[in-house]
Write a protein that binds this ligand. Structure first.
Ligand SMILES: [Zn+2]
Length: 79
């Protein structure tokens, strides 16, 4: 399993955060007293490609291919 270069914990996944624009349909609830929100669509905005360690939150990769390369590390060497 690859190790985080920052906290040195073994990790088998990375964290990726992105911003989205969500579209909701908003209706009156059956009681007529409040609104009900139903998400019908979401669009991912352009985001920097940043992958972080799920343990310490430090940046590990800046690109899709870097994230792949990191997660592939030592894949065949685990005893
Ligand atoms: Zn870490």
């Amino acid at each position: 399993m690859p190790k985080c270069p920052k906290c040195e914990k073994e990790i088998d996944c990375l964290t990726y955060e992105c911003e989205e624009i969500s579209t909701y349909i908003v209706r009156l609830s059956p009681s007529g007293e409040r609104l009900e929100w139903e998400r019908v669509d979401s669009e991912t905005l352009e985001n920097p490609d940043i992958y972080t360690c799920p343990e310490c939150g430090e940046e590990i990769a800046h690109h899709y291919s870097e994230a792949v390369a990191f997660l592939k590390q030592k894949q065949n060497q685990t005893a």
